[in-house]
Design a protein around this ligand. Structure first.
Ligand SMILES: Nc1nc2c(ncn2[C@@H]2O[C@H](COP(=O)(O)OP(=O)(O)OP(=O)(O)O)[C@@H](O)[C@H]2O)c(=O)[nH]1
Ligand SMILES: [Mg+2]
Length: 424
């Protein structure tokens, strides 16, 4: 499972100080005390924003402070209240105390949450006059705002799923647009397990894209890698269908497009109905005289799909495509689906379940420059296949690397623990 995690410092505003002042008026010899109260400091407020799906923005700004309350003034004027600072987080963000790791709040409903209270303003000297003390020359100072170091955590789910035949460039597209470094090679079924990448478009705009293995005709009956892995994109709000228009492997783009759609329908009519954008890839490789691109464009646009031309390898058109995707996501509601069995172990596993080395159920492989989600949940048919899988993992160098890093069974591993491996 992919966990986005970031530590931030938040501080509510201090309260303003109370004022020491005395009433002044012509012909009035000694006016009473009239120093106003300090204003309350601003709160730190957390609010769910459904346009956010990652904690990416917090990587650029780690300190948050709400406004101070203003000091009180003479003539009984209270200081202005400091404005609250509202911090927007994706739904499902879990807030923990950085020191104790205790969960402070799970941001899954719409109510605002006050994470740090602003300090109360101090009383002005007007409050301190008594019959025996008519000239109080003191006032109260404002109280400090609460300060906290917290960890925000978010389990990432893919917003966008890349679908298409093997070798059409799905992994290449993910690699040039995100921090993910999936394996890329010129043969079928290079990708065996889904990869997730965070695509950062602009401040406040990022999304998660899943690259899954290629689908082929008959996947429903188990051909190729079958289509079981499609469950990783069950909850994607948008599918991006990559079609190779270079005519390599003698394939016809329109046939490819229809075959994949048919397999999607076979897997789940509901998934097949998901909004879809079509991207013609390998546009840099179209042979002279080929009408592949034009035919596909006509075919696809006639059926109402948005259509884009890209070359993932040269990155031509990829940035624009990401902007289009982000724009489209803004309009699409989250997908709520019946939770199939496989989601349960994740939920039941509780909090620190990101990496359990003994139990290879929710596992990320990090080896060298490659980071990919290896497996979310495999039901091993038998002991042999489990052992086979285990050997593959060892070959990948994962275990050594985790050991080097001092990561143990039950530890939580975040992508940000591997920050130094990021390339942009
Ligand atoms: N010329 C050219 N080659 C590309 C382009 N995109 C991908 N390729 C190449 O196509 C091959 C397959 O790319 P991948 O990204 O591994 O394809 P995939 O769809 O992830 O393949 P599977 O994981 O097997 O389903 C690699 O050799 C890439 O370098 C492109 O836009 N132009
Ligand atoms: Mg791939």
């Amino acid at each position: 499972m992919f966990i986005d995690k970031v530590k931030i410092t938040v501080k509510a505003g201090n309260g303003g100080n109370g004022a020491v002042a005395f009433h002044r008026e012509k012909y009035v010899a000694a006016g009473g005390p009239d120093g106003g109260d300090g204003g309350k400091g601003g709160n730190i407020v957390l609010r769910v924003n459904d346009n956010l799906s990652t904690l990416m923005d917090f990587r650029y700004k780690r300190k948050y402070a709400a406004a101070l309350g203003q000091d009180g003034q003479g003539a009984r004027c209270s200081g202005k209240r400091g404005e609250d600072l509202v911090i927007q987080v994706p739904r499902g963000t879990v807030v923990r105390d950085a020191a104790t790791n205790e969960i402070i709040k799970d941001m899954s409903d719409d109510a605002d949450f006050i994470l740090c209270k602003g300090g109360r303003g101090g009383w002005g000297n007007k409050h301190f006059a008594t019959p025996t003390r008519q000239v109080p020359r003191f006032a109260k100072a404002g109280l400090p705002g609460e300060e906290h170091e917290v960890v925000l955590e978010l389990k990432l789910l893919a917003d966008v799923g890349l679908v298409g035949f093997p070798n059409v460039g799905k992994s290449t597209l993910l690699s040039v647009t995100s921090n993910a470094r999936p394996k890329i090679a010129n043969y079928h079924f290079t990708t065996l397990y889904p990869n997730l990448g965070v695509i950062y478009v602009d401040e406040g705009v990022s999304f998660v894209m899943a690259d899954i293995p290629g689908i082929i005709e008959g996947a429903a009956e188990g051909a190729g890698l079958g289509h079981d892995f499609l469950r990783h994109i069950d909850r994607c709000r948008l599918l991006v269908h990559i079609v190779d228009v270079s005519g390599s492997e003698d394939r016809d783009p329109i046939e490819d497009f229809e075959k994949i759609n048919a397999e999607l329908r076979d897997y789940s009519p509901e998934l097949a109905e998901r909004p879809m954008i079509v991207a013609a890839n390998k546009c840099d490789l179209i042979p002279e005289g080929s009408d592949n691109l034009e035919r596909l464009r006509a075919y696809v646009t006639e059926r109402g799909y948005p259509f884009y031309e890209i070359s993932a390898a040269t990155t031509q058109g990829t940035k624009q495509l990401m902007r289009v995707i982000a724009g489209r996501l803004r309009e699409l509601p989250p997908v709520t689906v019946y939770e199939p069995e496989y989601v349960k172990p994740l939920a039941e596993a509780g909090e620190a379940d990101a990496l359990s080395i003994e139990h290879m159920d929710d596992l990320w492989v990090v080896s060298g420059k490659w980071m990919q989600q290896l497996i979310a949940d495999i039901n091993f048919a038998d002991y042999e296949s489990r052992m086979y899988f285990d050997r593959q993992l060892r070959k990948s160098g994962l275990f050594d690397r985790l050991e080097e890093m001092g990561i143990e069974d039950g530890d939580t591993v975040s992508i940000y623990d591997f920050e130094f491996e990021y390339e942009r």
